[in-house]
Design a protein around this ligand. Structure first.
Ligand SMILES: O=C(O)c1cc(=O)[nH]c(=O)n1[C@@H]1O[C@H](COP(=O)(O)O)[C@@H](O)[C@H]1O
Length: 287
């Protein structure tokens, strides 16, 4: 680990991400709002589909919701499509989340061979990186251990990761359910559990389990309680899941769940009060 980073990490003395997330969920409720500046949403907000529209959209969401929800989750792809200037807006958005004392989750879904993974860890989890968020989403489908550089870097800098377990899209089952009782997804959730051993209430290695997975946890014999993982659950609203569906799917694991919704909240904008009202209504459906 570079010594300059070690000094910066010591100076920051950031508590572990799992602890910070547990506090944010206790204070604001179990909702993360995704910042997904889709071209259609930019148009609906009266904004141009360019870097100016992207910036106005992102700043409006952060200003409306910072300090009111447990976390904000910018979708990296929707910044990347605007090139390097889009990534500069993402940097500004992440900095504004930090200034607003709101946890940021960069939805980048990174995953590569270990040597390349180390560079992704530098970017998304490194101390002093302009793109570093409080946590980043990771894909373990090059093998869970390929994520090791990011897992280690998150532990070192007090940041977190969310590892894709059971995704919200219908195609996910064709990979993740393979193996029945010894499924691919169960292998991932067991590995995440080993990472969080001894952590209470959560460790800093989270899982993504879609709000739309229905009875899959039971069918695959996945015990989330034993993982001590915070669960990021996308699929609320625009992908069809409701708070009631999620409570039925997650059952006893509910205290670990951070629901996340993007389009269903964002469509209320650009008015700040309307955005807050939509976020509050969504959060209330999860209480
Ligand atoms: O990692 C994610 O956040 C994610 C995982 C998953 O399984 N499904 C999923 O929808 N997501 C992301 O969550 C967001 C969902 O957006 P909405 O469907 O508009 O609420 C998108 O940015 C997706 O990329």
């Amino acid at each position: 680990m570079p010594s300059a980073e070690a000094r910066a990490a010591r100076a920051t003395r950031r508590p572990a991400f799992g602890q910070r997330l547990a506090s944010a969920m206790a204070e604001h409720g179990p909702l993360c709002v995704g910042i997904d500046p889709h071209p259609g949403l930019l148009a609906a907000w009266g904004l141009s589909d360019d870097v100016h529209g992207l910036r106005s959209f992102s700043l409006t969401v952060v200003e409306a919701l910072a300090g009111r929800v447990a976390a904000l989750k910018p979708q990296v792809a929707l910044y990347e499509r605007h090139g390097s200037r889009g990534l500069a807006v993402l940097e500004e958005t992440l900095a504004l989340c930090a200034a607003g004392h709101t946890l940021s989750i960069a939805d980048a879904k990174r995953g590569d061979i270990g040597s390349t993974m180390a560079a992704y860890a530098d970017a998304w989890l490194g101390e002093g990186s302009v793109l570093a968020a409080d946590a980043v989403t990771l894909s373990p489908y090059l093998g869970y251990e390929s994520l090791r550089p990011a897992l280690d870097r998150a532990a070192f800098t007090g940041r977190g990761v969310f590892v894709l377990g059971l995704t919200s899209n219908p195609e996910g089952a064709s990979v993740q359910h393979v193996g029945g009782a010894g499924s691919v997804a169960k292998g991932i959730t067991d590995a995440v559990g080993a990472e969080n051993a001894g952590a209470r209430p959560f460790g800093s290695t989270g899982l993504v389990i879609g709000a739309t997975v229905g009875g899959a946890l039971e069918k695959l014999g996945i015990d989330l309680a034993s993982t001590a993982a915070p669960i990021l659950a996308p699929g609320l609203g625009a992908q069809g899941a409701t708070g009631a569906d999620m409570k039925a799917s997650f059952g006893a694991f509910w205290p670990q769940v951070l629901g996340t919704s993007s389009r269903d909240v964002l469509k209320a904008g650009p008015d700040a009060a309307a955005l807050r009202g939509a976020a509050e209504a969504t959060r209330d459906s999860l209480l």
